[in-house]
Design a protein around this ligand. Structure first.
Ligand SMILES: [Cu+2]
Length: 123
């Protein structure tokens, strides 16, 4: 009986590893709605970023509203190295970060340890 259980656990783990490395992971992306010459996108921080790719309109003042729901300290900072932004994300509190949209391009953001990533596309 115990053997069968061990076998089942092993199979489940192998399945998980295959899914992790070879499975298709959908990248959640969002495009900001522009209203009154402003645009904003809410980003949930929970084991990563959702959405992970945010598209903004060039030249329209933009804010990304990060809310960290994850207790892990790994995600307690968000860093936009292109903009010199390094902000703390208090848990369960919305933190608004203004993004410079004057230049088109792709800008990465990351957690404080550069383990989790997201991307802003300005176009
Ligand atoms: Cu981290």
């Amino acid at each position: 009986m115990a053997r069968i259980l061990v076998l089942l656990i092993c199979l489940a783990m192998i399945g998980f590893i295959f899914w992790w490395f070879f499975g298709k992971h959908e990248v959640a992306s969002a495009t900001a709605d522009v209203a009154d010459n402003k645009q904003s996108v809410d980003v949930e921080v929970k084991g990563g970023y959702s959405p992970e790719v945010v598209t903004l309109k060039k030249g329209v003042p933009a804010t990304l509203n990060f809310t960290r729901k994850d207790a892990s300290s790994c995600l307690d900072r968000v860093v936009f190295s292109d903009f010199g932004i390094n902000k703390e994300l208090p848990q369960n509190e919305q933190q608004s970060i203004e993004i410079d949209t004057s230049k088109a391009g792709e800008y990465q953001w990351a957690c404080g340890m550069d383990m989790f990533h997201g991307k802003v596309i300005v176009k």
